[in-house]
Design a protein around this ligand. Sequence first.
Ligand SMILES: [Zn+2]
Length: 272
Amino acid sequence: MSEDRRAFLRGIVRSAAGQGGAPPAAEPLGEADVERYSRQLVLPQWSERAQLALQDASVLVLGAGALGSPVAAYLAGAGVGRLGIVDSDDVEISNLHRQPLHFTPDVGVAKAHSAAAKLRFLNPDVIVEPYQARFAAAMLEGADLVVDCSDSFATRYEVNAACCAARVALVEGGVVGMSGLVMAIRPGESACYRCAFPEPPPPGTAPSCVEAGVLGPAAGVIGSLQALEALKLLAGLEGALLDAFLQVDLYDHAYLRVAVSRRAGCPDCGAL
Ligand SMILES: [Zn+2]
């Protein structure tokens, strides 16, 4: 790196860290980090403090498939300190059109391990922990945030209840066909998934990707939105999708932000 470039990046970090009266970070970013993350550090909404908050964060990504691939890739790239990747399945050939962390030679490999290998290539500074397992509430120990990239309503409700009980922030998401949904949740502060959707859809009314199909880029858009919301929550940015969910129809580009409120009697978050 040239001296000019180094001085330019350092200047950006200093001026961003000073914004809003925030005290300077105790341990400033190293030179390699300033270079690696320069394009997000330069953002007026970002700062050295935001970057250090990310570096200290532990995030659990549930599912290393169509949503989990873009989520985990963007969080690793952005510099989240620790990423736990939870998936009990192996890579199948029919996954590859929409799960860009897995390649043809990975067929038959556990998805958690296949994903972890790519994420370590992407950013060796991130601690990546693969779990070839189904979600369990005990996995929330030490986690700052969960991104739910699972593909079943039963898991979504289970994860929501566990995150509320442990007061761990959550980003929900789902995609089928060419439409999807995203919602950010701070348990005890904003509406949870069950506040927004008190009951799962009746059996047979919500087709899965196996039945209804899904286009890869549609999953990519929803996963990218989940990663974006996760970064906002971790960095403490305003504008996170709290007390609302975003319903996205990518066939005709209809984006609907639906406001939701906490429910006093919610079995998951009502007592928080
Ligand atoms: Zn609730």
